[in-house]
Design a protein. Sequence first.
Length: 136
Amino acid sequence: MMFEKLFPKIGLLILRISVSILMLIHGIPKIGMLLDGNAHLFPNPIGLGSTLSLILVIGAEVICSAALIVGFKSRIFVLPLMFNLIIIVFVVHAGLALQQRELPILYLIAYTTIAFTGSGELSLDHFIEGKKKAKK
C-alpha cells in the first residue's frame, strides 16, 4: 500500500532527472563552443544573432537543466527548455520528416509533463516548502 503512493513520486523524479541530465549533456559542449570563439557557427533561427542564440541555449540547456535536476522552481525553469525545443522542432528542423524530429519532440513532451506536474515531492522545492510550513 505504501509503495502505491511512492511509485508516482519516484516516476516523476526519474523523468525530471534523466531528461535533464541528457539535456545537460547537450548543453555543456556548447559552453566550449562559446569559449572557443566559435559562436558565429551556431544557428540563428529566430534572428537574434548566433552569439545571443548560443548564450540563450546554453542558459536553457545548462542552467535550467541543473535547476530541474534538483527540483528547484521547475515550472519556471522548464519554460526556456520548452521554448528552445519548440524552436528546434518547428523552425530549425521544420523541413525534416517527423521521424527525424522525434527526439526533440520527446524532450518537449517530457518538459510539458514537468510544466504541468511541477517538480514533485522528491525535490528541493518540496523540501523548502516543508521548511516554510514548519516555521509557521
